[in-house]
Design a protein around this ligand. Structure first.
Ligand SMILES: NC(=O)c1ccc[n+]([C@@H]2O[C@H](COP(=O)([O-])OP(=O)(O)OC[C@H]3O[C@@H](n4cnc5c(N)ncnc54)[C@H](OP(=O)(O)O)[C@@H]3O)[C@@H](O)[C@H]2O)c1
Length: 291
């Protein structure tokens, strides 16, 4: 099985490359080698490579900047994944794509299920939702994994920002009224690999994924706030900085964010018998790995 991973320099792609390597011939392409803004060239690359499976880890992920760069966000997160799905549908190729908790408005009191109505409150969420809809409408053999608050020791994310600011500042003011599930890239990559490894040997990857196509919520278990996440980080990596809990109103950002974006993972458990680790266990694993 030939597997193409896009966005190869990203934090999730970095974990995917390692975890999918035992499952087939992995080709991982960076933005320079496979640019979702230059689709004609990307199709030529697909035609040359003939992958059996595309794992699309490329995305426009700058949530605040997306409010200004709307066209770019929609091109990378909405239009390109739709074209990718159409390519897959026409070329006997399967697709795995990642989406976000930010497709929801955050007004629900209970964890969101896959079929709950979407209502993104920022451009990033709207662009990611457009990608979901385009993929679903293409009818290709695609699984879409919605995840949240993604981190690892590589890349730009909340964990690395905290570790850096914890060394520089005397006080860190952190939002305590947004709830979600911090999710380690290794957990997502492990779960993705496990799902692929459940494919029966006699079945093609397209036929295997086709029977399960649709959206699945995939996050580390349980939830916290950004403040709770920061407390857990600094319990493991002590800082002299004082942590102060603040409200969203006290930290205005260009993009609005949902107050509650926990995702119910029971469809993933029922379909593939997979449960990701508790978010705190995953954080311990991440920080222990770097010691
Ligand atoms: N980060 C989160 O908190 C979060 C939360 C929920 C869902 N997700 C989803 O999880 C998936 C993986 O995200 P991540 O956290 O790994 O993001 P990331 O670290 O920002 O990686 C995204 C990658 O996409 C690449 N990229 C950007 N524009 C591109 C283009 N035009 N063509 C090709 N590649 C392009 C980037 O390239 P450069 O390295 O050159 O910039 C980067 O390597 C995405 O679908 C994201 O929407 C993320």
């Amino acid at each position: 099985m030939k597997i193409l991973i896009t966005g190869a320099n990203g934090q999730l792609a970095t974990s995917l490359i390692a975890h999918l390597a035992p499952l087939g011939a992995v080709v991982a392409l960076t933005r320079q080698e496979f640019d979702l803004c230059h689709w004609e060239e990307s199709v030529a690359t697909l035609t040359r490579l003939q992958p059996d499976l595309i794992v699309n880890a490329a995305a426009y992920t700058a949530v605040d900047r997306a409010e200004e760069e709307q066209d770019l966000a929609f091109q990378i997160n909405g239009i390109a994944p739709t074209r990718m799905a159409e390519y897959c549908q026409n070329n006997h190729c399967a697709l795995i794509h990642y989406s976000t908790d930010y497709v929801f408005n955050g007004q629900q009191n209970t964890p969101y299920r896959e079929q709950d109505p979407t209502d993104p409150i920022n451009v990033y969420g709207q662009s990611k939702r457009q990608g979901e809809v385009g993929i679903l409408e293409s009818n290709c053999a695609a699984l879409i994994f919605r995840t949240s608050w993604v981190y690892s020791l590589v890349g730009r994310n909340f964990l690395n920002t905290m570790l850096k600011l914890g060394l520089e500042r005397d006080e860190l003011r952190i939002i305590d009224d947004q709830r979600g599930s911090p999710t380690y890239t290794e957990s997502i990559a492990e779960a993705t690999a496990l799902i692929l490894s459940q494919k029966p040997a006699h079945q093609s990857i397209v036929n295997y994924l086709d029977q399960y196509r649709g959206i699945y919520h995939m996050t580390n278990q349980s939830d916290t706030t950004w403040y709770g996440f920061a407390q857990a980080i600094f319990a493991l990596r002590p800082t002299r900085a004082r942590l102060t809990a603040i409200t969203t109103d006290q930290y205005p950002t260009p993009a609005q964010r949902p107050h509650m974006s926990c995702l119910d993972n029971s469809k993933l458990k029922q379909t593939f018998d997979i449960t990701l680790p508790h978010w705190h266990d995953a954080l311990v694993a991440c920080l222990t790995q770097s010691l």
